[in-house]
Design a binder for this molecule. Structure first.
Ligand code: CA
Length: 221
């Protein structure tokens, strides 16, 4: 697995590069966005581990330069704790996952392995599972052939869980991904969204699509 590591902190870059090589990745390391785009133009990568705050050209500049199609690498973004808006923007710009600094190296490895298992997909793909069909492009959902009338948040939640099937999302993660920096939203409002979505799915015969892992969060297995 070929991986491009983009991190401006020399110390962190060195530590991560050594660890990732030790874990079996072939690693190129870049110290800023311009250098990263040079590597990306010259070589094909399976993964990019991308810090957002970078000199010369930031992580968004790297994300924007990536091709939109199926051959693009999986991108795992690294961000500081206080950059919630940046994380949402990065996910919307095509990042596949993120980690908040500081993080344990084992968690980085676990996230990369999870990304490796995820089937190749592009953001425009129609998502289908267990009778439910969601078209992100047309913004339409059907369940067992019946059109669902979903609120924007219900649609975003269903897309999130379908796109990352098998992964458990905590309420806080769901909140961050579907509500962004909307300060009105809360854990409680996520429960309302989940409840509403489940009720609409149940009405069309898909009652058990979304599972609740007590104390952990929600997933579509
Ligand atoms: Ca940085």
């Amino acid at each position: 697995m070929k991986l491009l590591l983009v991190e401006d902190s020399e110390r962190l870059r060195g530590t991560l590069a050594r660890g990732l090589r030790g874990a079996g990745f072939t690693v190129d390391a870049a110290a800023d966005g311009v250098e990263a785009n040079g590597f990306l133009a010259a070589y094909d990568y399976d993964f990019v581990v991308l810090d957002l705050g970078l000199p010369r050209l930031d992580g968004f500049g790297v994300l924007r330069a990536l091709p939109a199609g199926g051959a693009r690498p999986r991108v795992l973004v690294l961000s500081a704790r206080d950059q919630v808006g940046d994380r949402v923007e990065a996910l919307n710009a095509g990042a596949d996952d993120y980690l908040v600094k500081p993080f344990a190296f084992e968690e980085l490895l676990a996230r990369l392995h999870a990304l490796a298992r995820r089937p190749a997909e592009t953001r425009a793909d129609v998502l289908e599972h267990a009778g439910v069909r969601l078209d992100p492009q047309a913004h339409q959902t059907t369940a067992n052939g019946t059109a669902l009338q979903l609120t924007p948040r219900e649609f975003a939640l269903l897309e999130l869980l379908l796109r990352h099937r098998g992964r458990v999302f905590t309420r806080a993660e769901i909140l961050e991904r579907i509500a962004g920096s909307d300060s009105e939203a809360s854990d409680r409002s996520i429960e309302v969204v989940v409840f509403g979505l489940r009720r609409k799915l149940a009405d069309t015969g898909c009652a058990n699509l979304i599972e609740n892992r007590r104390g952990a969060g929600y997933l579509i297995p």
